[in-house]
Design a binder for this molecule. Structure first.
Ligand code: SAH
Ligand code: SF4
Length: 372
């Protein structure tokens, strides 16, 4: 049965939250109000380009339509619970998504770009052993309004001085496990009537959901980052449990297929540096075998610690040597500079506030990963 997109965004008062709604659903909404389809584009420009969230202020709509909209619809954003700013200018917001759940959004200013890192789920069910989000379990998928609401919220907080040039789905959650909503949001991020970002400036990061990677190539081929983290199935099975279902070769085949859809673009492979686990020269050699002469870039991420983890980060010299080994083999490799770690805003440190429902329902962690 085909799911009605309007169902997922009806708020308690039965009003429809128009934020994050795909253009087709907006057209349907306006046609129910007896309005022409061009209204959809008109309202998208107000919301996403001018940041206007009050129907009253949408001056090119008739007073009657503004009234109608106030009765039938809302423009609701997640509410801010707290805001922190790191020494390096990174900002982190904790946002309330209802029923005691809260997710985190991070803004990372750099010299020639500014990246917003958004969450796609309250928690994450993938259970990667080195990740704080995974450790806290999973509660639910975020709606399109809750995901895109993070971008509008951040724009409002930052004001006109700082603008978001890039958006990455690297906050809490596995974006491709919330496929429908994430694709809907990604399409709005690149839509000229909405945010109008170039495809290269929107990145979906995945732990390796192969069927969804293949589908994404057709549906919305924005930039793709894949959390590889190991060059052998034995090690990856331990770090990223979804590997037990989709092994490295199968994952890489889906990546090369994806890269073909991108017209000479690269897939970024993320590789967290864990002392004694995946950081030896023999690991670099295995990685080279997998990625040499392929449309691949490697981003080495120094492990960010969090309370209760048994992992430690590789020493700086080890990371530098690992990177040099890859480069000597002709692979483009970079070391990610850790940002915002003094406010726990760095990769893998986002925990938000999540009541783990998977643990209650399924108990066993392996079933949790396999059932997605
Ligand atoms: N769930 C998606 C995107 C969010 S995580 C994914 O896994 O790709 C963003 C990146 O941070 C991923 O590459 C993830 O593996 C990495 N990461 C998770 N925990 C980390 C940690 N403690 N230190 C460094 N990187 C981490
Ligand atoms: Fe989920 Fe990504 Fe963390 Fe794995 S690394 S548990 S997929 S958020």
């Amino acid at each position: 049965m085909c799911e009605n997109p309007l169902n997922s965004i009806i708020v308690k008062s039965e009003k429809v939250n128009l934020i994050g709604l795909e253009p087709e659903a907006l057209i349907e909404f306006f046609s129910r109000l007896g309005q022409k389809s061009y209204r959809a584009k008109q309202i998208m420009r107000w919301i996403y380009q001018r940041g206007v969230l009050k129907f009253d202020e949408m001056t090119d709509l008739s007073l009657q339509l503004r009234d109608q909209l106030s009765n039938e619809a809302t423009l609701s954003l997640p509410k801010m619970i707290s805001s922190e700013e790191a020494r390096d200018g990174t900002r982190k917001w904790l946002l309330d998504v209802g029923a005691g759940q809260a997710v985190e959004t991070v803004f990372i200013p750099e010299t020639n770009r500014s990246t917003l890192c958004i969450s796609s789920q309250a928690g994450c069910a993938m259970d990667c052993s080195f990740c704080a989000t995974g450790r806290h379990g999973f509660n639910r998928n975020l709606s399109g309004a809750e995901i895109l609401g993070q971008v509008i919220f951040a724009n409002q907080e930052l004001g006109s001085k700082l603008s978001i040039t890039n958006v990455v789905f690297m906050g809490m959650g596995e974006p491709l496990a919330n496929y429908r909503q994430v694709v809907q949001v990604a399409k709005l991020l690149i839509d000229d009537c909405a945010f109008g970002l170039s495809r290269r400036r929107v990145t979906i990061s995945t732990s390796g959901l192969v069927p969804q990677i293949r589908k994404l190539a057709k549906d919305c081929n924005v930039a793709l980052a894949v959390s590889l983290h190991a060059a052998t199935d034995k090690v990856r099975d331990q770090l990223v449990p979804i590997n037990q279902r989709h092994q490295i070769q199968e994952l890489l085949e889906s990546c090369w297929h994806y890269a073909d859809s991108l017209a000479s673009r690269h897939i970024t492979f993320e590789y967290v540096m864990l002392a004694g686990v995946n950081d030896r020269i023999k690991d670099a050699i295995s990685l080279i075998k997998l990625l040499k002469n392929k449309p691949a870039k490697v981003n080495l991420i120094p492990f960010n610690s969090f309370p209760g983890t048994a992992y430690t980060c590789s020493d700086d010299e080890v990371i530098i040597k690992f990177c040099a080994k890859l480069r000597a083999a002709g692979i483009v490799a970079t070391i990610r500079r850790t940002r915002g770690d003094d406010i726990a805003a760095a990769c893998g440190q986002l925990a938000g506030r999540v009541k783990d429902r998977m643990r209650v329902r399924l108990g066993d962690r392996q079933i949790r990963a396999a059932n997605l």
